[in-house]
Design a protein around this ligand. Sequence first.
Ligand code: PGA
Length: 245
Amino acid sequence: MMRFERKKMVAGNWKMNGNADLVKQFMLEINAPENVDVIVCPPFVYLAQFDSQPFALGAQNMSEHEKGAHTGDISAHMLKELGAEFVILGHSERRQDHNESNELVAQKVKHALINGLKPILCVGEPLDVRENGDVFAYVQKQIDAVVSLCSEDFFDKAVIAYEPIWAIGTGKTASPSQAQEVHQFIRQHLAKTNEKAQRLQILYGGSVNADNAKQLFAQDDIDGGLIGGASLKVDDFNVICQAAS
Ligand code: PGA
């Protein structure tokens, strides 16, 4: 099979962390290598405080609605006005804390694409699913719900992040071969319906840090990482960006 060169991507997910000082520090001290797509996803309220950064901005969630009576929600249009190009959707913490179903995540991804935001679609299994040997079926269901609702645009604009739930924030990273196995499965599954899957960036997330990033990113189907905890420390995040270059 032909091997496609894909640009590496490193996206930092601050989750509900950070403050105005961290925004300033990131604007001054992040060195984004030219051959890596670097994205920082702070909480909504800090997006507008970034004004001269050498990386793209992303949000961590978005409403599936255009506008209207949805107290506390933020629309795609608002995120774009704040400078966001990307939006993380379907993160396992939102699926857990806010009962976001595969169908709702699919609606959000579709809405992001229609409104010109690039979705970073998160998928990944809990520990019991891995222990039962059902990882591929679980992840396939999460992805199929989205792809079946979206147009061709998905393959042109979306990014997928495989984040096994048991590896998020636990310090238990998937081994490079465990992660590669799922990334390869995702790509091959998508390639059955659209050859553009060969160009899709598939990120790994779950306890990526300055020490393990290089080995993970060296795998054939791992095109970079979605970084939580280690994205809050400028030095570590810089090392992770370098590991992708
Ligand atoms: P972690 O989080 O790097 O802290 O494990 C990753 C994520 O949830 O995106």
